[in-house]
Write a protein that binds this ligand. Sequence first.
Ligand SMILES: [Mg+2]
Length: 164
Amino acid sequence: MLIIFDKDGTLVQNPAPGRPANTLTEQVLYPDVVERCAQLRAEGHTLAIATNQGGVAFGHFDHHAATLLVKTLADAIGADLYALCVTHPRGTVKRAKRDSRFRKPNPGMIQYLMDALGFPPDDTLYVGDMESDRQTAEAAGVRFAWAWEFFGRPAYSTEEQQRR
Ligand SMILES: [Mg+2]
């Protein structure tokens, strides 16, 4: 099976509610991630990451820095491939201020990863922490799991979810 993970709030802990990690120093994995991902790979699963990095569209960091964040995480979990989308419809950086077929909840990143890695939708799972992640999976026609269920963590409170 192809298991695609969201990054922030799923594999990586947000440094503050609703604020994703913007630097490598801030990018701290949940403690259960590395071991679980090693186990999944040992079971024969292929891992990938699909993440919106809209911070680029607001000038918080540049495209290169965003790629480095995601690549570092991919290395840490043994993911074969990753996709990131740096656009945001309300962004302030001219070329990134737009929607994209790759921007979640659009299915472009999931479709790209399935195509590139050779998996059909019925053999693909997307794991995320936000309603937009669930919508992305639905739009791509793949199964979805909430991060806390997949990893067996305590679920977010309603309050926490609203802050995200
Ligand atoms: Mg997330």
